[in-house]
Design a protein around this ligand. Structure first.
Ligand code: PSU
Ligand code: MN
Length: 312
């Protein structure tokens, strides 16, 4: 248990089943909620969120979906709360690090990004987090300066984020450079190539290839035992059967980026706009791929959480 839990108590609600699991050193996997409210359309978002939880449970770990509900930092949503976030969709405020105090103070609901979910998961003492994709350095960031707060969070908050790599709506090379500068390791699970979300590969290599959940857990333990705080990225390629054609997806992304510029979309709307556009243009193929890769990450996240619990 983190020792500052008592000062957090007025703000933090940890579901009893998760509090019990953490107290007994049982494996727990954090899950985010921006992917529910902003990342997928209703009702697939709700179905997927519940299926991801079930998958984590089947793999022997406790799922903890995280959001802000009525201003309460909530670790372990119930079914009704997931339904609520999914149904209200874009009306729920996308909440990253900067937004948290305002959502709390005004007792609002917040769908937490990777960054905000990391923060709240760490408050609860969770060490492993599974999602689809992380934010990153956007293409042409040299003009927009659009760099996701997820990257900065990875440098400061000690949690492993299992994802399917970085989507090529972003500049994958610059994202990796940024992570290197911030001292955030990028581990490839059974791959030395950085995966690109919808596809298994990109033009870039990861820092370290590790081939088992146990070896990833060992590296996490060594990092934190040595006082090297901060997170790490575990890049887990989408299963081959669900991967998309790299050229087709690149075309879709390029035209979505053009449309985004024409419509003047910027700031926090960027990522959700591009995701929705891609899903629309690919007639749901990208959504199906997205769901499969999240499930795949949930399985690996659960396995890493189990190995970590064993080491502790
Ligand atoms: N990438 C995805 N799906 C998502 C997101 C990113 O493939 O749902 C969400 C995550 O919650 C991530 C956030 O933390 O978008 C990043 O948003 P921004 O780039 O505005 O930081
Ligand atoms: Mn941004």
């Amino acid at each position: 248990m983190p020792n500052n839990l008592s000062t957090l108590e007025p703000y933090l609600d940890i579901h009893p089943r998760i509090a019990a699991a953490l107290a007994n050193q049982q494996p727990v996997v954090a899950l985010e909620s921006t992917i529910i409210s902003h990342g997928m359309p209703y009702p697939k978002n709700v179905e997927t969120a519940l299926l991801v939880e079930q998958t984590v449970r089947e793999q022997g770990a406790e799922p903890a979906t995280i959001a802000i509900i009525n201003g309460r930092l909530t670790v372990g949503l119930d079914k009704a709360q997931i339904q609520h976030l999914g149904e209200r969709g874009l009306e729920v405020i996308k909440t990253s690090r900067r937004d948290i105090p305002f959502i709390v103070a005004q007792q609002l609901d917040g769908a937490t990004t990777v960054a905000a979910t990391m923060i709240i998961a760490a408050m609860a003492g969770i060490k492993v987090f599974a999602t689809g994709g992380i934010g990153g350095v956007h293409r042409q960031a040299e003009i927009s300066m659009d760099i996701s707060a997820d990257l900065q969070e990875l440098s400061r908050t000690s949690i492993a984020v299992v994802c399917a790599g970085v989507k090529s709506i972003l500049d994958i090379g610059l994202t990796l450079e940024y992570l290197e500068t911030q001292g955030v390791p990028v581990v490839g699970y059974k791959t030395k190539v950085m995966p690109a979300f919808y596809t298994q590969s990109s033009d870039f290599e990861v820092d370290y290839q590790l081939d088992s959940a146990a070896s990833i857990a060992k590296a996490m333990q060594a990092k934190w035992d040595l006082g090297l705080s901060g997170g790490l990225v575990v890049a887990n390629p989408i299963p081959a059967a669900h991967a998309m054609d790299p050229e087709a997806i690149e075309q879709v992304i390029t035209s979505a980026l053009v449309e985004m510029q024409q419509q003047g979309i910027q700031g926090k709307q960027t990522t959700p706009f591009l995701l929705a556009k891609i899903a629309q243009v690919t007639a749901g193929e990208s959504l199906a791929a997205n769901i499969q890769l999240v499930l795949n990450n949930a399985r690996l996240g659960a396995a890493i959480a189990q190995e970590l619990a064993r080491l502790e």
